[in-house]
Design a protein around this ligand. Sequence first.
Ligand SMILES: [Zn+2]
Length: 250
Amino acid sequence: MNALWSEARVKVSHRLAMHVQVERFRLSNATPMVTFTFDDLPKSAATFGADILESYGARGTFYVSGGLVGLDAPDWSSGSADDVVSLHRRGHEIGCHTFSHRRACDLDETSLAAEIARNRTYFHSLDPTMPVETFAYPFGYGSYARKHQLKSEFRTCRSIVPGVNNGEVDLQFLRAMPLIDRQMSRERIDMAFAEAANMNGWLIFYSHAVADVPSLYGCSPDLMTHALEAAARRNVPVLTMAEAFRCARA
Ligand SMILES: [Zn+2]
């Protein structure tokens, strides 16, 4: 009964996080934008994924939980602390994903503050110049109760609720499309770019591992290349979350 009640509470908090904004923010970007994000630091995202982005002159945002670095997941090998540093030095953005990869809705104010502080301390122990400006919700679960707190810590928070961001948006619950072979077709990628172009929107993708045989939540280099080609064809700049936020605020 307690577990059921707890999960019901989590769902309500997530739904409220989705629908109740802390603050309205109107995107003021001059052109449509696209951001590629990767969660949980699979080794292949930090190597192949970053290489593919760089071959298009682009950079991505990598949402890292310090506590998971070097710990292999069931679906992929994990990147290392050296990968985090290398990504940062190559111009990619390192974002916060809590230290322990715990859902925001399971954390009270004190424990979320501790998770964020511990992750920042970890990143700064690797490189004190690493800015940590943006956040992605672990498992995609938002928390209405924690949105004000996250707003005071980060420029943006990324969800996994699908959609293209345009007009008035919720910076503490930005929408994102899966760049995941099992969930996303090339046609839907093209439609998302068309929508971003028509609405002057901000299209955000999220993925995990990058492999020829994609994992359950990952993408193939082909799917990633398809999205990057679509961006190039439409002249949509590929920006990190922090860069895109700065353009959106202009
Ligand atoms: Zn994650």
